[in-house]
Design a protein around this ligand. Structure first.
Ligand code: FAD
Length: 505
């Protein structure tokens, strides 16, 4: 704790210095999952990368004090040693506690616990004037407004330096039941039924087309099912979504479900190898045969730590549509049908998320009504090559989700005009909080998430500052296959995400 205090004082002094000289600054923590382009001014950053410790457990209260730069896999290792687990563990092991809190993150236990930020009891924040405050959701807490709004505000209200997180009892396995579904309607019915079952701990789904998919229902388990243990973390293991597809084929013509036991850590990070189905997209990009053998040979490149690095370095992240879009259940079928018509992207990921009470909304859940489970639909694929069509499609997605009463995750690119953006999020409240907490030297959330596009004309063009050419940049390196090769080559350097060049936008 002493080392933590020293590091936070150092951060606070630097923030104060920025405030005195009216220097705008950004937060940097050494890696990022966001697909947004990063900036590189080293002299204008607050570096939180050394805040990477799990500090102290309170086993009686089942809580832990954790620094923001602890990754999901390090957090799970530490909690498992105490016989405990985080309530929500994001599926990719390199997502950090701070990034998950300040970005928008959820996973298959979010139907019960809500987004990742909902499992926090309190946060330590260095404000824009260097003051260090502890904020909680308690009604009497003077910083209650900061506690809720800081979640999902992409680091634009202050620097989070410590979090108190609630935990649950651990078990070594997840018993995973696969249930075949033949339509979106059926998928929604199975999801809703599973949510009502108090013995269920985890729920997510994969749709392979409008007519087939699988819902996976998990229960924490002390003992595995005899002779039916499957892991997904070794090179010899199958990729999770491919295995689920095989299971689906086996059960489609016979009984309606199948069960297996998955070791707990392997369950949490089941989508890491192949980054859901991003690995399949990469094979297609390089025109590589997609087989057991090639997947095995290229296994070291197929983990999210390496693949996300390659995605950034190659510039492909600005050509891909990587979005999570949440819609109410009643709009799910219409939205997925529309997505199919517009993109033909399959598979799609389904993850139900419990909304917070209205007065405890994070910034990112701004317009979601109470009691309405949000069905997160993960949509990932390469966008149209033509820049105008690319922007138009992204803007159509944003309009469609708004029309259906849904919301988009702000971890990725946003194409809203400023007016459109503030019709969705509460500008008055947000700017009031920025003033109250001296956040003027941090970028505003709209400035962080928007894509500046200049020269992309047409009916869907947005307010523009940089050229499209600059944005997709990379002229030579942005073209097939050089961008991808460059990304892979740079990620190969030690096969680690050594992204000190990435100063998070
Ligand atoms: C391909 C892909 C797959 C994904 N899959 C999943 C998934 O399976 N499950 C899931 O839940 N989410 C998923 N996400 C979304 C992901 O959880 C969010 O993008 C998350 O915010 C990433 O966290 P990070 O640690 O990489 O942080 P970053 O992306 O670096 O940060 C997120 C935001 O938080 C801010 N921030 C970081 N640290 C601090 C701090 N200490 N104080 C204040 N602000 C801070 C950053 O400035 C940034 O604006 C996925 C994203 C992508 C691109």
């Amino acid at each position: 704790m002493e080392a933590h205090k020293e590091e936070v004082s150092r951060i606070a002094e630097r923030v104060q210095a920025f405030q005195r000289s009216s220097t705008p600054f950004r937060i940097y923590h050494g890696s990022t999952l966001s697909t947004r382009e990063s900036v590189r001014q080293r002299d204008q950053i607050i570096d939180t990368s050394r805040l990477n410790h799990v500090i102290r457990f309170n086993k009686q209260e089942k809580t832990v004090l954790v620094e923001p730069n602890v990754s999901m896999d390090a957090l799970v290792d530490a909690t498992l040693r105490e016989g405990l687990l985080p309530k929500v563990v994001m599926e990719l092991p390199n997502i950090t506690v701070g990034g998950g809190f300040a970005g928008t993150s959820g996973e298959s236990s979010s139907f019960r616990f809500g987004l990742f930020d909902r499992s926090m009891r309190g946060i330590e924040v260095v404000l824009g004037n260097g003051e260090i405050v502890w904020a909680t959701g308690d009604r009497e807490d003077p910083h209650r407004d900061l506690f809720f709004a800081c979640a999902g505000s992409c680091g634009t209200l202050g620097v989070v330096t410590l979090l108190e997180m609630e935990l649950i009892d651990a078990q070594p396995y997840v018993e995973l039941e696969y249930r075949a579904v033949g339509s979106v309607k059926e998928a929604v019915a199975v999801l809703q039924e599973a949510e009502q079952d108090s013995s269920v701990d985890y729920i997510d789904g994969i749709l392979y087309s409008m007519k087939n998919g699988v819902i996976m229902i998990g229960k924490l388990q002390a003992e595995p099912i005899q002779d039916c243990v499957q892991s997904f973390d070794k090179p010899s293991d199958p990729w999770f979504y491919l295995d689920a597809e095989q299971i689906l084929k086996r059960i489609e013509n016979g009984e309606k479900s199948y069960k297996q036991s998955v070791p707990i850590k392997s369950y949490f990070f089941r989508y890491d190898r192949g980054v859901f189905w991003g690995g399949g997209i990469a094979f297609k990009y390089f025109c590589m045969p997609f087989s057991n053998l090639t997947r095995r040979l290229l296994d070291p490149y197929m983990y999210s730590r390496t693949m996300i690095h390659a995605l950034h370095r190659s510039g492909i992240s600005s050509q891909a549509i990587i979005q999570d879009l949440g819609v109410p259940y009643e709009s799910a079928e219409a939205f997925i049908k529309w997505t199919d018509e517009k993109t033909g992207f399959w598979p799609l990921w389904l993850c139900p998320v419990k909304p917070p009470p209205r007065d405890e909304c994070s910034f990112s859940m701004a317009n979601v009504g109470p009691d309405k489970t949000v069905l997160d639909v993960g949509i990932w694929g390469m966008g149209p090559k033509d820049s105008r069509r690319f922007v138009a499609l992204n803007r159509e997605f944003e309009a469609k989700v708004a029309e259906l009463g849904g919301i988009k995750c702000l971890y990725a690119h946003a194409y809203y005009t400023e007016d459109e953006f503030w019709r969705i999020y509460d500008e008055q409240k947000y700017t009031g909080l920025r003033r109250k907490y001296h956040a003027g030297s941090l970028p505003s959330i709209y400035d962080k998430v928007k894509v500046d596009l200049q020269g992309v004309a047409g009916p869907h063009s947005v307010r523009q500052q940089e050229t499209w050419g600059e944005w997709t940049s990379r002229s030579f390196w942005g073209t097939w296959p050089f961008g991808g090769l460059y990304g892979v080559a740079s990620a190969t350097k030690g096969l680690v995400v050594e992204s000190d060049f990435l100063l998070k936008k």
